[in-house]
Design a protein around this ligand. Sequence first.
Ligand code: SF4
Ligand code: SF4
Ligand code: SF4
Ligand code: FES
Length: 312
Amino acid sequence: MNKVTLTINGQKVTVPAEYTVLEAARELGINIPTLCYDPRLSKPGACRLCVVEVKGARNLPASCVTPVAEGMEVETHSPAVMEARKTILELLLANHPNDCLTCEASGACLLQQYAYEYGVRDPGFGGERHAYPLDDSNPYIQRDLNKCILCGKCVRICAEIRGQHAIHFAYRGFSTKIAPALDTDLAFSNCIYCNNCVSVCPVGALVDKRTAGLGRTWELEREEKTCTFCEAGCQFFLLKKQGQVVGVAAGQAAPGRPLCLKGRLGMDLRYNPKAQPPYLRNEDGSFRLAPWAEALGLTEILANLQKEGGER
Ligand code: SF4
Ligand code: SF4
Ligand code: SF4
Ligand code: FES
């Protein structure tokens, strides 16, 4: 494996030649803020929050898409970098609702966290703001596009990991937004409510409706578990408040495999003390109690048959 040695903030580090500057900085434990980066997904270099200063470069490149090079000298928190990041955050907040007090993402929101870290209080920019209606068209996901920062992670995880391609970038310029085909509500799209997009949204634009209102992020304990529904064994978190299970969230321990629909819904049911075991009809018409894994397996087969038949 080819290796290169570079210097970041005065510290030398040797990393594989295919690393990016962001990955090399993380090897040193240096925290560069990111909004659109996810190691499991393609890298559009869209938000520019991860900019760094590279000696000899004319501008500030985005570290998540800049490859390392032998002898490179990088500063991750120079005054010019800090100023650029602050301006990016100010621009994002200039068209963002002031809703942190009641937002479901508060406490876990990266925009909120970085605004705090970089001391962004009053964006100071006037101008037009979006006023999108809330998409509350289905029982699983609430979409508030007024909080969307267009990082594109939801679009990429839906296409690149889920393979569903249910949402896309639509329109141009100020009107750009994330939307299903024909700019309809999610309920009228080919979304299968796997919630993968919710698990990567860095802000409160996508909310899991089943856990909404059940606890603030800092009130919830997270117990790491392994899904037992198939051999992939995805990691996930059981969310508990005062000992009571209130939901599940995708884990980080299995990159590339966020929980599938069966895992997410099934784990909700398996650990929910109020969930009754399902009944399945036998061939002779009688009913029997069945394990959730079997019942959910059947619903998945039905969903796939429907998809193949072009129905919803
Ligand atoms: S998305 Fe983040 S910054 Fe926006 S209102 Fe919610 S918590 Fe606040
Ligand atoms: S819930 Fe799943 S299928 Fe629906 S938009 Fe999100 S990632 Fe795509
Ligand atoms: S909805 Fe969330 S994940 Fe999708 S583009 Fe907007 S901020 Fe990013
Ligand atoms: S995290 Fe690098 S451009 Fe968004």
